[in-house]
Write a protein that binds this ligand. Structure first.
Ligand code: AHG
Ligand code: MN
Ligand code: MN
Ligand code: MN
Length: 334
């Protein structure tokens, strides 16, 4: 009977056996996981917990905030500010960075998160999640927003927790991707898959089809060829999925392959797309790459993009390597 490996034990082994992660990073990830458990409990209460509906406030993205956006943000701040592992945090739901108050010790890491991803699904009981990314704070006294503006290839840990039929935490510290399912009786995340691999080919694409008239030509060409099916140039039929929670779409792709696209479209021509680089595209892009997939902005590797602003947006094309490369080829041929 294989003994169950908890997240704690997995991280201790990553620290001890592989020398992969320092104790401070291990402890930081444990705190983030505990915060996700707390958010999962709130999500599961739904209407009984008074967590549904709008908060009647707008965030820096110009989005109307949901109650759970704010609750999840507060849970992550309160869980992480006192432990001494962090110097500061950044969130989709906060305009500037949150520097650890002087009454607490400052650590050497920076934590970025999308506290509640898929907000439009909160009130309709569809899977949502939390996305997180960890960077090292640059040497030197103090911490500033500039310290966060590091390319995704500098991440030291990245992951998400999806609140669905199961609550599952998915994590990479640079040594492949592991999945942990929450055992509610024990209250601990149990290792249920490691060395996750994204198949290089797929017959499943994910994109919000209602935006078709706004896409640029290469994306339109790629999707039209998928829709043409076995009689078309691809010679095979494709399936389409779009959950509108990035965590759920990425979880499906990590589990059975696929390609996810949120491209530039002409509704906001001066913006490269809807999704945010620092706390959506970078962590998800690293997870996908660690599982053998690819993640681009339709032309170049997402993890190589040098950020200029904390909340900057980016086009996202990620998943099964051969399909992502085909989209890049179509953009280069355009
Ligand atoms: P968030 O709820 O954190 O703002 O993110 C929502 C994102 C992402 O999760 C999802 O893939 C995408 O928005 C869905 O966008 P559309 O509703 O435009 O399809
Ligand atoms: Mn999001
Ligand atoms: Mn969000
Ligand atoms: Mn949002």
């Amino acid at each position: 009977m294989s003994s169950k490996i908890s997240l704690t034990r997995y991280l201790v082994e990553q620290q001890r056996v592989d020398g992969h992660i320092p104790a401070q990073l291990r402890l930081l990830l444990e705190v983030v996981a505990r915060a996700c458990k707390s958010i999962s409990r709130s999500v599961n209460k739904g209407a009984l917990g008074g967590v549904l509906g709008s908060a009647e406030s707008e965030n820096v993205q110009g989005e109307m905030q949901k109650m759970l956006d704010i609750i999840a943000n507060e849970v992550l701040i309160e869980a992480n500010e006192w432990g001494g592992h962090l110097a500061a945090m950044a969130s989709e739901e906060m305009e500037g960075i949150y520097v650890v108050p002087n009454r607490y010790p400052q650590g050497e890491y920076l934590l970025l998160f999308d506290p509640l991803d898929g907000s439009s699904n909160i009130d309709v009981n569809v899977s949502i999640g939390t996305i997180f990314s960890v960077l090292k704070k640059p040497e030197g006294a103090g911490v500033s927003e500039q310290d966060f503006l590091q390319a995704g290839c500098k991440q030291v840990a990245a992951g998400y927790c999806v609140y669905g039929p199961q609550t599952t935490l998915v994590l990479t510290v640079g040594d492949g991707v592991a999945m942990f399912t929450l055992d509610r009786e024990q209250g601990s995340f149990i290792l249920t898959q490691e060395n996750v691999k994204v198949p290089e080919d797929t017959k499943e694409f994910a994109i919000n089809m209602s935006n078709m008239r706004h896409w640029d030509a290469p994306i339109k060409r790629y999707v039209d060829e998928c829709l043409a099916g076995v009689e078309g140039p691809r010679g095979k039929d494709f399936n389409m999925r779009w959950i509108a929670s990035m965590v759920a779409d990425v979880h499906r792709i990590l589990t059975r392959g696929g390609i996810f696209m949120y491209p530039w479209d002409k509704r906001e021509p001066d913006k490269p797309g809807k999704l945010r680089l620092m706390y959506e595209a970078n962590p998800m892009g690293w997870l996908i790459e660690q599982a053998g997939g690819a993640a681009t902005n339709a032309r170049t590797r997402i993890l190589d993009i040098q950020p200029e602003k904390l909340h900057q947006r980016v086009s996202v094309v990620l998943g099964s390597k051969n399909e992502v490369e085909r989209v890049t080829r179509y953009h280069n041929e355009a």
